[in-house]
Write a protein that binds this ligand. Structure first.
Ligand code: EPU
Length: 334
């Protein structure tokens, strides 16, 4: 069976099972044990962060768990439980419609809620972990449910316990968010204040719907639509380097974008490094670097996972030779 992925890479698996409840997932796991003993199991969301290098000789599971439930409410906040199979951007639109705020800056990021909690998706100064309260999952080994409080999820920049030590061990079934009933725009990310002004709006009167629309417009202008050209959003993570390393590069490249990161480190823009290395818009066979955002690799049509990997390796090598920085992919290679 064909595995759906936003890169548009042809990849087959032995069987693809979509489930719509925790009980259905347990039944699917029992069926897999009976029918396919010993074969690996891969859990996917919308396939928006995966690169298939080969067909997958195993079973693919996909969450169809839906539902948005308000479980608690105070004067200022709501607690909302969301099924892992809900489409992230649909939930964000719905939340804004209800007057629940905090997710506006993540508008239009592709993928499902479960993947958002695994990947700690982030954009324009906001990360999913800023509003996640807890995450619930089912063990793929024995079907037992477990809940992780936010602090136990070990969230970091595009990082979580589910991407590290628990990778491949649990299916996320539900994510609980704590959202605000008072809209306070987060415009700290460079460029957002300007975009608000350019739209003829001001920070004081800006509504959540307007901010969502501004974010959508920025993303549409920079990022290719996977329906038109296969891609997985940012292909690389932005590298986090020591202060000394950043200072050394800044003396040579004073215009290099840089942002403060955890523990006194500095985050650099992989897109800028890749562009400086001359890769923006360049192709290697059917794989290419997007011409409006060098952090995104695209499938020009008919690319295999290995074509994309070859381009990734060529870029990584060049950036390393030029800047002494090892880029690492944000996308998961399967
Ligand atoms: N830049 C270039 N050339 C490029 C791309 C970027 O010079 O081709 C420069 C920009 O001018 C800017 C800096 O690099 O000074 C940062 O660029 P941008 O604001 O576009 O953001 P990014 O660092 O490239 C990250 C996330 C995006 C997220 C944006 C906005 C990662 C890996 N990527 O990109 O996330 O939308 O910030 O917050 O952290 C994704 O994860 O799929 C994704 C799209």
């Amino acid at each position: 069976m064909k595995i759906e992925n936003t890169f548009g890479i042809e990849a087959q698996c032995r069987e693809l099972i979509t489930y719509d409840s925790e009980e259905a997932l347990r039944q699917a796991l029992a069926y897999i044990r009976r029918q396919y003993e010993g074969l690996p199991v891969l859990h996917i969301g919308c396939g928006s962060n995966l690169l298939f290098l080969n067909d997958y000789n195993g079973i693919v599971l996909k969450s169809g768990i839906k539902g948005v439930h308000l479980t608690d409410e105070t004067e200022s906040e709501v607690r909302v439980e969301v099924g892992a199979g809900e489409v992230c951007d649909d939930f964000i639109a719905q939340a804004i419609g209800h007057g629940w705020y905090g997710l506006e800056n993540l508008s239009l990021i592709p993928g499902q809620i479960g993947a958002a909690a695994v990947q700690n998706i982030g954009a324009y100064g906001v990360e999913a972990c800023n509003v996640i309260e807890e995450v619930r999952g089912i063990s793929l080994k024995d079907g037992i449910a477990r809940t992780w409080k936010k602090d136990e999820c070990k969230y970091g920049y595009r990082q979580s316990i589910f991407k590290e030590e628990l990778w491949g061990k649990y299916a996320i079934t539900r994510v609980t968010f704590r959202l605000s009933k008072h809209f306070k725009p987060n415009l700290q990310y460079g460029g957002l204040t300007k975009a608000v002004e350019q739209a003829g709006l001001t920070e004081d009167t800006l509504t959540a719907e307007q901010l969502r629309q501004i974010i959508i417009d920025i993303r549409k202008a920079k990022l290719p639509d996977p329906k038109e050209q296969g891609n997985a959003g940012s292909f690389f993570k932005n590298p986090i380097v020591s202060k000394e390393k950043a200072e050394q590069l800044l003396t040579q490249y004073p215009a290099m974008p840089n942002y403060p990161a955890e523990e006194g480190k500095v985050k650099l823009a992989a897109g800028w490094l890749i562009e400086q290395a001359g890769w923006k818009g360049r192709s290697l066979g059917p794989a290419a670097v997007h011409d409006r955002q060098a952090l995104v690799l695209v499938n020009k049509g008919g690319a295999t996972g290995k074509d994309i990997q070859r381009l990734c390796e060529a870029i990584t090598k060049d950036v390393n030779e030029r800047f002494g920085i090892e880029l690492s992919p944000e996308v998961n290679f399967i």
